[in-house]
Every structure is written in C-alpha cells, then in structure tokens.
Design a protein around this ligand. Structure first.
Ligand SMILES: [Zn+2]
Length: 112
C-alpha cells in the first residue's frame, strides 16, 4: 500500500475516533439525565429509564470496542502492517478497507 493511501486511511481513522469522542460526551450526558430523573418519576417510567440506561450502556460498550479497533488499526499503520489480515496475513481488499479502515480481518476470515 502506498504512502498516500496510508495517510488517507490514517486521517479517516482519526476522524472516526473524533466522532466517537463526541458521541461519548453526548452518551454520558444522557446516562446522567436518567439517573437524576429516577427520583421524580413513577415506577413505569423508572423501568423505561432503566431500559434506556441499559441501552445507553450497550451503545457505550460498542463505542469502546470501536475505539479499540480504530486504535489498533492506527498502530498497524505505524508498524507497517496495515492492510494485512491479523488472522491469516493475507491482503485485505482495498474496497473492504475503503468501507471501514478499522476492519482487522480479510473477507474469508470474516466469513469463517
Ligand atoms: Zn484473513
């Protein structure tokens, strides 16, 4: 993979990480709101609130996972290993990386 393409992917990965950071800030706000509301609402809405909080937590967990994926993709760029499947070492197709530069494995490993 050439330097220009790598720089492009590096920029995209940083953008993705920034987006996640912004979403993190919003997510924490909504979790806070739910906690405060619990004192003033009835039982049913409290169950709603708990459900919403669980969903917010699940979303947060997904975001954390995504963050780790982006981080390790960035370190693969630094190590010169970006674009190779972390499982089998084959090239990951350019189309696949264009779709999501944080993808760590090739199509055949993803299917397996
Ligand atoms: Zn593979």
């Amino acid at each position: 993979m050439n330097e220009t393409k790598l720089t492009e992917f590096r920029t995209r990965l940083h953008d993705m990480a920034d987006d996640l950071d912004r979403q993190d800030d919003r997510g924490q706000d909504s979790q806070k709101t739910v906690t405060l509301d619990q004192q003033s609402v009835g039982r049913l809405s409290r169950m709603d609130a708990i459900q919403q909080q669980a969903m917010a937590k699940a979303t947060q967990a997904r975001r954390n996972q995504m963050h780790m994926r982006i981080k390790s993709a960035l370190s693969r760029i630094e190590d010169g290993e970006f674009g190779y499947c972390v499982q089998c070492g084959d090239d990951i197709s350019a189309a696949r990386l264009d779709l999501d530069p944080s993808i760590p494995i090739c199509m055949s490993c993803a299917k397996a």
